[in-house]
Design a binder for this molecule. Structure first.
Ligand SMILES: [Zn+2]
Length: 111
């Protein structure tokens, strides 16, 4: 084996390793984005093909994040006010309710 052949093989292995690292890194990035948006990371099975990886990454970046219901753990649209699965009211949670005033005279409402 000549020296040039060995150098050529080492360069090819290094280039392949860099491409593989970038490829896996992009898949990990996409799965991270999917989890942060409460989307299924299983979409990245399309990333087995490089074109599938690019398309899935672009689609995942454009999708709006989903909201996970604390009651039934199903996902619904980001701005939903009620859970579509169990009817959980998102706005009832975390909404500020003023405390009831005690000992203050409130006139009865007139009709
Ligand atoms: Zn729910």
């Amino acid at each position: 084996m000549r020296d040039e052949d060995v150098i050529g093989m080492v360069v090819a292995i290094v280039i392949f390793a860099v491409i593989a690292a970038v490829y896996i890194g992009l898949i990990v990035l996409g799965v991270t984005i999917a989890k942060r948006k409460n989307r299924s990371p299983h979409w990245f099975w399309f990333a087995i093909h490089p074109v599938g990886l690019i398309i899935t990454l672009i689609v995942m970046a454009c999708l709006s994040p989903l909201k996970r219901c604390p009651n039934c753990s199903q996902t619904t649209q980001q701005y939903a006010r009620l859970c579509g699965f169990c009817g959980y009211n998102y706005e009832a949670q975390g909404a500020y309710l003023p405390p009831q005033q005690q000992g203050v005279y409130a006139p009865p409402p007139r009709y």
